[in-house]
Design a protein around this ligand. Structure first.
Ligand code: GNR
Ligand code: NI
Length: 172
């Protein structure tokens, strides 16, 4: 297993639409193991494969708290098959946009269908943090970031700040 580098804004790869997984092979199992190691190290509660520069539809998640037992979950080719009418505001962050936190409005509950590591199709209705996180991660698989859901003005200044920081790093 290995901790992989997390790509950050304005890396254009974050805008790729990830490809479906067609076979759960050793490459996918290694990717998932590395994603967990990377996610726990960060630390984060979710991670999409594109954040470690792999454009495949794979998500890892663990919503357990520090004082609880770990609850690692893997979502392969996840899809939202239903969303509630009611919306919810949640302050989101993203490992690819470090130190930025903004309120995002999303459907409060979603029904999610995915494939697990054994190749089984699963379905569950998510609410609370699970609903927020799975929508955030599925957005990543489609090249969408949480800043796309906030005001243009805020998005503009966040993007500008990260573009400037990248230019400064490149000039060193
Ligand atoms: O670690 C993370 N925390 C978080 C908090 C609120 C809403 C979404 C998230 S996901 C984020 C990790 C991440 O960037 N996943 O893509
Ligand atoms: Ni994210």
């Amino acid at each position: 297993m290995a901790i992989r580098d997390i790509i950050i804004l304005p890396d254009k790869r974050l805008r790729l639409v990830s490809e479906p997984v067609t076979a759960i092979d050793d490459a996918i199992r290694t990717l998932v193991a590395d994603m967990f190691e990377t996610m726990y190290d960060a630390p984060g509660i979710g991670l999409a494969a594109i954040q470690v520069a792999v454009p495949k539809r794979v998500v890892t998640m663990d919503l357990s708290r520090k004082d609880e037992e770990k609850q690692p979950r893997v979502f392969i080719n996840p899809e939202i098959v239903w969303t509630s009418e009611e919306a919810n505001l949640y302050e989101e962050g993203c490992l690819s946009i470090p130190e930025v936190h903004e309120d995002v409005e999303r459907p409060e509950r979603v029904r999610v269908r995915w494939t697990d590591l054994d190749g089984q199709t699963r379905e569950e209705t998510a609410d609370g943090l699970f609903a927020t996180c799975i929508q955030h991660e599925i957005d990543h698989l489609n090249g969408v970031l949480f800043i796309d859901h906030i005001s243009r003005l805020k998005r503009h200044f966040i993007t500008k700040k990260f573009t400037k920081m990248a230019a400064r790093r490149a000039a060193e």
